[in-house]
Design a protein around this ligand. Structure first.
Ligand code: 5AD
Length: 458
């Protein structure tokens, strides 16, 4: 009765939270399973950033509780952002949910499951849902345990939780709370331990990582705490690559831009959320930068790293977005020449300032704008891939490709590459000659040992 299946919706932070919950549950004697039809406990770790994400999880929970009606010992829990956002109100739609746990209480999940199971053993009908969506000081420090699969070479490390930016569209300040950072030495120790366990690439996670430690640490010599943290991780011998997500454009001051020139492990791939290319809409979104300032950051980063790869987040159809506003976005989107982008149709989030704005945009308009940007993105990606054909890139070998055809890894620019290799190379940085490309994946061949990769940073 101790088999737990966790389904994760949404962002990498959620994936990381689920992993930390899994590590705690394992330590408590629970068994994590991959088959949702063979579990005794199902936990849905949810996302609230758009309505569709909430609906998906609600649909899943309704479906599961329907199917499991005959099994009184089955436990269904809802964790994370939607639990935080909606709390007990979820029971209106989902009366059979046993557990509702918010974003600051993940570490309590083992205790709550133990309690639910003890109640079952005692023959007390469950029926009393455990709900905990309180705030907890220091909860950012509880996401630190990892379940590493054998030969796992990449890992997420949570450095910061919450966001104080108040973007008009965004529910995250409500679901994740105020900005709180983990102590720098604990993060560095976690990265060192991951390196000892074979991890070679670290992705630092937070809702606004560039604000890391801003209230806890001094700027020293014009260097922000976030860049200080990058410096420390860059100095860990076993770590070969560093990435982070998500930053805020306002965090790209000179110290971070220069870091790309001097921290050799910092990968030349930046996810830089734009949201809109119209100054008028940026203002309405309460995003504190202009299109010119944003483009300046892109240009500055390309000056330091001419081979920089960019990705972004865009919202189309924010309330009041005119055709002219959208054209501004489209133009800047083209000018930035993104390699990757996440384009979202604006979704009303109750409780956010933008939810009550007039002039909501019809769905067909959002859809059309969305499609225009996706078409540009696909063309950009193909164009970038064409420049990579015939070149040799440094690839971190992650493991067998999921479909069982050869191996997969990533370039520093975060491009996925498929190639033939063997188990011994997992965790190695190897030169791969790129021979072929689809829009999303590169295909190549390992260059034999002794041949130097031009991109190699070893
Ligand atoms: N509607 C659509 N997209 C949104 N995002 C955040 N809130 C909304 C919303 N209400 C997008 C932003 C953010 C990403 C994680 O999700 O682009 O950067």
């Amino acid at each position: 009765m101790n088999r737990v299946y966790i389904k994760t919706y949404g962002c990498q932070m959620n994936e990381r939270d689920s992993e930390a919950v899994a590590a705690l549950l394992r330590a408590r004697g629970y068994r994590m399973v991959q088959d949702e039809n063979a579990c005794d406990v199902m936990l849905l770790n949810t996302c609230s950033v758009r309505d569709a994400a909430e609906q998906k999880a609600i649909g899943k929970a309704a479906n599961v509780s329907q199917k499991r009606k005959h099994n009184p010992r089955f436990i269904l829990g809802i964790l994370g952002c939607m639990a935080q956002n909606r709390g007990a109100e979820l029971l209106d739609a989902l009366p059979d949910v046993d557990l509702i746990v918010g974003t600051q209480k993940f570490h309590q999940v083992p205790d709550y499951l133990d309690n639910l199971r003890a109640a079952q053993e005692a023959g007390t009908p469950i029926g009393n849902t455990i709900i905990d969506i309180a705030e907890e000081a220091g909860s950012q420090n509880t996401i630190r345990d990892h379940v590493l699969e054998e030969s796992q070479v990449t890992a997420f490390v949570s450095i910061q939780q919450g966001c104080n930016m108040d973007c008009a569209f965004c529910i995250v300040p409500k679901t994740r709370g105020d900005e709180r950072s983990r102590p720098m030495n604990e993060i560095v120790r976690e990265c060192e331990q991951l390196a000892e366990r074979g991890v070679r690439e670290i992705t630092l996670l937070g809702q606004i990582v560039t604000s890391y430690g801003r209230r806890d640490y001094e700027h020293t010599g014009g260097i922000t705490p976030f860049v200080q943290l990058l410096e420390h991780i860059n100095a860990i011998p076993g770590i070969r690559r560093i990435r982070f997500t998500s930053p805020h454009p306002r965090g790209f001051k000179d110290d971070l831009i220069q870091a790309y020139g001097r921290l050799e492990k910092l990968c030349e791939y930046v996810h830089l959320p734009l949201q809109s290319g119209s100054d008028r809409i940026l203002k309405a979104m309460n995003r504190p930068y202009s299109r010119d300032r944003y483009k300046q950051i892109v240009d500055d980063l390309r000056r330091v790293r001419p081979d920089m790869y960019f990705s972004t987040d865009i919202i189309v159809g924010f309330p009041g977005e005119t055709e002219d506003d959208f054209q501004q976005t489209r133009e800047l989107f083209e000018a930035c020449n993104y390699d990757m982008a996440y384009v979202f149709k604006y979704s009303i989030r109750t409780g956010t300032p933008a939810a009550t704005l007039e002039d909501q945009i019809p769905d067909e308009v959002k859809e059309a704008r969305n499609n225009q940007l996706l078409a540009i993105l696909a063309a950009n990606s193909d164009r970038r891939n064409a420049t990579l054909l015939g070149t040799t890139l440094e690839v971190l070998v992650e493991g067998p490709d999921k479909k069982g055809r050869g191996f997969m890894g990533r370039t520093r620019g975060n491009r996925i590459v498929h190639f033939e290799a063997n188990e011994r190379l997992i965790g190695e940085l190897v030169p791969v000659k790129i021979e072929r490309a689809s829009t999303a994946v590169l295909y190549g061949s390992l260059i034999l040992a002794g041949v130097e990769s031009p991109e190699s940073k070893a």
